[in-house]
Ligand binder design. Sequence first.
Ligand code: NCD
Ligand code: ZN
Ligand code: ZN
Length: 376
Amino acid sequence: MKSSVFSCKASGFPFTTLRGLNKVKKYTTKMELSITRPDDWHLHLRDGNLLEAVVPHSAHHFGRAVVMPNLKPPITTTAAALAYRASILKALPANSDFTPLMTLYLTDSTSPEEIKLARKSGVIFAVKLYPAGATTNSQDGVTDLFGKCTPVLEEMVKQNMPLLVHGEVTNPEVDIFDREKVFIETVLSHLVLKFPKLKVVMEHVTTMDAVKFVESCTEGSVAATVTPQHLVLNRNSLFQGGLQPHNYCLPVLKRETHRQAIVSAVTSGSKRFFLGTDSAPHERQKKECPCGCAGIYNAPVALSVYANVFEKAGALDKLEAFTSFNGPDFYGLPRNTSKITLRKIPWKVPESFSYASGYIIPMFAGQMLEWLPSYV
Ligand SMILES: NC(=O)N[C@@H](CC(=O)O)C(=O)O
Ligand SMILES: [Zn+2]
Ligand SMILES: [Zn+2]
């Protein structure tokens, strides 16, 4: 695969080196970056009215997205995934070439036969593991990974079907801020030893423990997705000036030291980490209520936030690999061929998006961001 040249244009002068980029920064703020169109390797599109409202936002920026199966009821069969895929395609704006990559929701009773069917369908991309009770709509998830699920995991190895993992234990005695770390120690480390040929992606990593774990595994067999929120927010953001329900997601935001470890990992240029927004819309009243849902709606702001993180770390030259190369390379898919442009101009995030059943509040609602993306 040919890697594209990182290019940066400012005031009409094209630059292709980082040194050029530094020069640009000194003289002007009107910068633009042209990068290969990104993919979103972890996305919640929901269904019904909400699906129709959010699909255009993701389709505008991303070429492909791995669509999570935690609907009510969950997408546990190939037949259900095919129907869900059809409804996503129907909700796409005219002329969109966005490709949804479908997933199956693993349960204790998923059969190896279902994995064969999934592979045969040609549209099921991966299987998703939710420990039962870990997150939104995970009540039908797995309770016996190393027992009942073993034949399915063996079949997944045979079919070269990746396992995407929500990596948290659900034991209520474990402190919520430690659930990812304990999951790595008690589940994930054993899983990769027992199934060394299984492709595993630790979704939405939030801790330095996860970063270290992923870095310790064989490259090409274990990787991780990283969300915008876990790169720019720490757990203070949950309580700043009062309870902030729109910053609540799972795994919950962690300490600043963890955030810094994740920023270092993604901006280091490591191929093991790639973009997965975990954009997870909930109708406003399901967030702003006595028992609010977990999930941050970040699809409209994700690329701006990622670009800002890489810029601040002095690593804009590594942005494109994170957004557009590492994911397809890990999964053995071709990279996108079209481009998007990110312009360093301030823009205001809408306060909300209204849709047929209410409102969705995006991450950084009403705030100013830089790096406005547009598809070219
Ligand atoms: N991340 C979240 O806080 N919520 C996700 C589920 C998930 O990805 O765990 C959702 O579906 O709402
Ligand atoms: Zn999750
Ligand atoms: Zn998610």
